[in-house]
Write a protein that binds this ligand. Structure first.
Ligand code: SME
Length: 164
């Protein structure tokens, strides 16, 4: 396992996503504990982009339950029909919210969070296993570049962590 992360601090996000993807793959290699792997992946994303909040909510019963994350304290349980995370779970699509105040039902874990992106993580059976939630303290901070870059990271989780 690599002990530190190498990426170009001044590069654009697309470049950084490319640089960190193989390192994320190496990081989870040989570790079978899912939450340990998700915890390190949250740490990579936090360090590489200095996002305000990065974390995973896992599908447990009929709710999304807080799991590995980096950032300020957050709500622990989200119903499937609530918030941006619930919307992502229900639609099984990546959701980009440029201004959280304009998203009906947005759950404000922190008033500092201004925009967010949430991606579904699928298990072997094609069911949503988790959602990856990334928050920014800046408005309109997420674009297609993030959707694509984070999708690649999620694909590593699906293949290498969940064996999908
Ligand atoms: N804003 C999310 C809740 C999770 S926190 O942002 C960490 C939502 O509306 O689902």
């Amino acid at each position: 396992m690599a002990e530190s992360l190498a990426f170009s601090k001044t590069a654009d996000r697309r470049t950084i996503y490319k640089e960190i993807a193989p390192q994320v793959e190496a990081l989870v290699e040989g570790e079978t504990d899912t939450v340990a792997n998700l915890a390190n992946i949250a740490a990579v994303l936090k360090e590489a982009f200095d996002f305000f909040w990065v974390g995973f909510y896992l599908v447990k019963g009929n709710q999304l339950v807080l799991s590995a994350f980096q950032g300020t304290v957050a709500c622990t349980r989200i119903d499937f029909d609530k918030g941006v995370c619930g919307h992502c779970y229900t639609t099984r699509e990546t959701v980009i919210v440029p201004d959280v105040e304009q998203f009906p039902g947005h759950i404000a874990c922190s008033s500092a969070s201004k925009s967010e992106i949430v991606l579904p993580v699928f298990d072997k059976a094609g069911e949503v296993f988790a959602v990856l939630d990334v928050d920014s303290d800046r408005l309109d901070d997420f674009s297609q570049t993030d959707a694509e870059g984070l999708r690649k990271i999620v694909e590593i989780i699906e293949k290498k962590v969940l064996g999908a």
